[in-house]
Design a protein around this ligand. Structure first.
Ligand code: ZN
Length: 257
């Protein structure tokens, strides 16, 4: 749907560099085969992470454990074997377009245990309020430690809409010591980013969620989307964190890079 979506290892590393150059401090990473098929293959992740580190040694790399809808838990967990500082944890089962994105409580417990063993901080991906409640319940039972990091993802067809009222409600439902960012899917990407910036949250933008810079204008790189988000932040008086500052904000500073 956008020819600029990176497939190969070098294309992915170049996209990370473009994003870093425009202000990104964290790269959320999915990988693909050279022909574009999504994969959770550990060796492909290893190659991509090494290539990114070569171009941008200081970037925080946040691999996906969501993969693509329909992948098994074992398949999805592969990147956790590479000991990233942080990785995604999808906090509930929900409709994802015409499909079901399965994240049962037993699966969540397995994912949490693996991340705990490997010293990986979970970023809790929450697509509706119940996912926050599920994550907090797991934290109370010892599956995760505070302070927690959340990504409030709104606008997936089948889950909560991307509107400011929902964002405020969900951000208000987080523990006081938690950090969070917002992700608007599709054409809401920058509206939701602006709202999160005003509220004091952090922001995710990029091709996973949105391919357009504006109405009918395909972005020619992830860097262009980061540039737009950084410009909105600066206009609204928020500073852009360096990777070192982001490590401190996300409480990753004591973890091995
Ligand atoms: Zn993702």
């Amino acid at each position: 749907m956008n020819p600029a979506v990176p497939y190969t290892v070098s294309e992915i590393a170049e996209e990370a560099r473009r994003s870093r150059d425009m202000g990104a401090s964290v790269i959320h990473l999915h990988v693909r085969e050279d022909d574009g098929r999504p994969t959770q293959d550990k060796e492909r992740f290893r190659d991509c992470m090494e290539a990114i580190r070569e171009l941008c040694p200081d970037l925080i790399i946040l691999p996906s454990t969501g993969g693509a809808v329909g992948m098994s838990a074992g398949e999805r967990l592969q990147p956790t074997e590479l000991m990233p500082e942080i990785a995604t944890l999808d906090c509930g089962t929900f409709n994802f377009g015409d499909e079901v994105f399965e994240n049962t409580i037993p699966m969540l417990k397995t994912f949490c245990n693996r991340m705990k063993q490997n010293g990986i901080k979970p970023e809790c991906e929450v697509f509706e309020k119940g996912h926050i409640d599920t994550a907090l319940s797991l934290q109370r039972k010892g599956y995760m430690v505070a302070p927690m990091q959340f990504n409030i993802v709104l606008g997936v067809p089948g889950a909560a809409n991307a509107d400011v009222r929902t964002l405020v409600f969900m951000a208000d439902s987080l523990p006081k010591d938690a950090t969070w960012c917002a992700t608007g899917v599709g054409k809401t990407q920058f509206e939701l980013a602006a709202a999160a910036i005003v509220m004091g949250g952090n922001v995710r933008v990029g091709f996973e969620d949105n391919l357009y810079l504006g109405k009918g204008v395909l972005a020619d790189s992830n860097g262009r989307l980061v540039e737009k988000a950084a410009t909105i932040a600066k206009i609204l008086g928020r500073e852009i964190a360096s990777p070192a500052e982001a490590r401190a904000i996300l409480n990753l500073a004591s973890r091995p890079a």
